[in-house]
Ligand binder design. Structure first.
Ligand SMILES: [Fe+2]
Length: 164
């Protein structure tokens, strides 16, 4: 696909983000299984539900624009998830692994926050008010998920890992 206009670039980036969410829907159940702290398991499962609705929001946006949802595979996300799995497999201690899982999950969240932020700005410039509201809802969920992980890490998971 050639990208020759701002609108086409916007659609292509939406398709990339749709692939990010789809990959995360596959990865989060595995991450929840790897997690040992009940709070972390729960946070990952809650975010899985949010991720499903974020994917649905993106599908609705793409549908409004008459675009195919499965056009692109986001390779940055693929690489990040591969690294996360590799790390989780290398670490046997449960507390250390949970701290590592949070570090991996926060990489992903920050990446998503960056992409949602750009897309929300572009939606606004393109006058796509419905898209903008949906993108901002997802952006807000990503930020909250990130903050929740920071809280868990600081309050219990990093201290537990540091005591190992
Ligand atoms: Fe997401």
């Amino acid at each position: 696909m050639n990208v020759d206009s701002f609108r086409e670039m916007y659609i292509a980036e939406l398709q990339e983000l749709r692939s990010v969410e789809a990959q995360l829907i596959d990865a989060l159940p595995k991450m929840a299984e790897f997690a040992s702290h009940a709070e972390l398991k729960q946070a990952i499962r809650t975010h899985l539900e949010e991720t499903r609705s974020q994917q649905t929001r993106l599908d609705a946006i793409l549908h409004r624009h008459g675009a195919e949802p499965r056009e692109h595979v986001d390779q940055a996300m693929q690489a990040m998830l591969k690294e996360a799995e590799k790390w989780a497999g290398m670490v046997q201690d449960q507390d250390l692994r949970d701290a590592g899982l949070i570090a991996s999950a926060q990489r992903v969240e920050h990446y998503e926050i960056a992409v949602y932020g750009s897309l929300a700005t572009w939606a606004k410039l393109l006058g796509q008010e419905n898209d903008l509201q949906a993108l901002l809802s997802s952006l807000d969920e990503e930020k909250q998920a990130d903050e929740l992980l920071t809280g868990l890490a600081k309050r219990m998971i990093n201290p537990d890992a540091a005591a190992t």
